[in-house]
Design a protein around this ligand. Sequence first.
Ligand code: MOS
Length: 731
Amino acid sequence: MSPQPQAAVGAPLSRVDGRLKVTGQALYAAEHDADGAVHAVIVDAAIGRGRITGVDTADAEKHRGVLRVIHHGNAPTLPYRDNSGSNNPPGRRLRVFQDDRVLFHGQPVAVVVATTLEAAQHGASLVKVGYDAQEPSTDLAEAEPGKPTDYARGDAEAGLRSSAVRLDVTYQLARNHHNPMEPHATIARWDGNRLTVWDKTQWVMGTHDELAAVFDLPADAVRVINPFVGGGFGSGLRCWPHTTVAALAARETGRPVKLVLSRRQMYFGTGFRPSYEYRLRLGSDRRGRLSAAIHDIDAETSSYETFTEAVMGAGQMLYSMPHVSQAYRTVPLDVNTPIWMRGPGFASASFVIESAMDELAHELGIDPIELRRRNEPSEDESSNLPFSTRRLRECCTVGAREFGWHRRSPKPRSTRDGDWLIGLGMAAGVYDPGRYPGDARARLDADGTAVVEAATSDMGPGTYTSQTQVAADALGLNMRTVTFRLGDSLYPRTSPHGGSSTMASVGTAVVDACNQVRQQAIRLAVEDRESPLYGVDTDEVVVRSGRLHVQGNPARGETYRSLLARNNRSHLEANGSYTGPPSPARHSYHAYNATFAEVAVDATLGLVRVRRMLGVYDAGRIISPKLADSQAIGGIVGGIGTALLEHTVTDHRDGRIVNANLADYLVPVNADVPEVRAIYLDGEDNDGNALGVKGLGEVVQVGVAAAIGNAVFNATGRRVRQLPITAEALL
Ligand code: MOS
């Protein structure tokens, strides 16, 4: 194949769907028009654990407009076929309205269907549920952990004992909620035995498979549609109970049903980043060479499913050391099941590891960047594989230069600006980006335009735009003549839109499909006696702006349009696929960053203000610089939230989430977000994907909280080992 010119990839393009979004034409889950749709509102459990003793629906059913109240006493049995393929964690998934048990505060216990939203809401308030309540267990610090997942190399206990310098620190990480702007919502419609669902999801195929399993339907009887997602951060990575509730309500009433979770219901109707208690013991010699680390990690999960995430990865491979042991225990609590949230696992572990590295640097009197440099591994010590690419040192060097690290005083509490104590901090970040098999389809039409389809999502990173870029270059078309479609289970199957996997995975399948179409056209031309390209070696033909020509000789060629017209072809079409990374793995493939923060802390009030942030990323090739900036800024903003603001608070007496709203659960607002800058190291990483990408969406949030915490220490001399870092903790 001749090298295809890259025109769109790498260009700082605006979003192809930007106009649709700002003019309200992009339709989100609840905005689709299902003719005659009625409204459903969930009644959620008012106790944290126990049994339902009765559901009195009389008043609700009398309310004008109410069509039906469904609960465990009158709901049909649902098949709930086994399905481990839709990101359902091991366990027994919550089965809506199938029995009288309440497993967590907020669990759906009934649904009211009415002709208007107001009638459904009021009807829900009239349903009287009787309970036999038990005391829930919702406190990570009080509950019994389950069996650990272990990792060990060397002899960590002995390594620690013989270390000249030892650190033994425990960190508490608060639960975080995703809080996407668009609430989770579902419209469900049955046409006979066929179910169509418009659902907020990051994975139409996952929701498709789960609904087929829950209702025991053949695969082709379910269709899931979701062209736009108003933010996700991971909350849409599985099919939650309310989607089943909507489908059940539609089937029971014979009407299309629209169900939108309220902002309050989002706190227990979808998942969350689990809270952690994380003890880290770290040993080094006096020159800062790490010898041993022991990680004791406790994380919350629900009583009915065991959710785990990649919280062990960074501790095994970020720094070189002979002795490591880890025990990761999930603690079953009377809560709903957690799920991945941006930078999952790595973001949590990195706060601990990178804060501890800063503590060690301070203890040893070594610059934090120099300490990391001294512990740079020459291979991935968890797998003994070479790195595909690893440019963490370069991230640190570039970051130090661009951020003005030399201006940092290593002595805490030594820099002031009036009443404010000023501090600089940094942290390293690593993420293990996903690469999952999947398919795509490309069609070139006789008019010279193309349509490319894959059943992926765009929760905000700009999938429409970035996939159009790689498709346009592979087809040799201009951006505006290529339409990329996603968000429909009728399109070729892909993996979840998460884990920083979409460009490497879906993008590779898209390029494969488009390359095939381009090759078909080239073959057609060189074998066509009437084509100016007749007889040319296929490897010599390139396509630019819809015109095939001999490489180096633009005059000799013709357009796709003339070629297809002369050959009476309505279109050319191909299916492409990505089969996943090499197996067994040949390389350790990770994205890295160095993140820098400058904070000001009010010396008397303890208020923390972030002043500047910089992220330097080793994330492989950047397909779309403008989209990348929005990812980086978003990740840093998310990290500011985790560091200083975000904290889901539970009342342990009854399991109720106290701050289940955007007034009391604090997320960063514009005033909290200062100057944020992102730099990407040039280069590509071709381990298992021809695009050379490593995925950016997750790594941008990893290390951010630690960089801020380390800056707070530098400003104040106070080491806060809990997230969020609040003013109270600094007084
Ligand atoms: Mo990301 S946590 O995989 O949406």
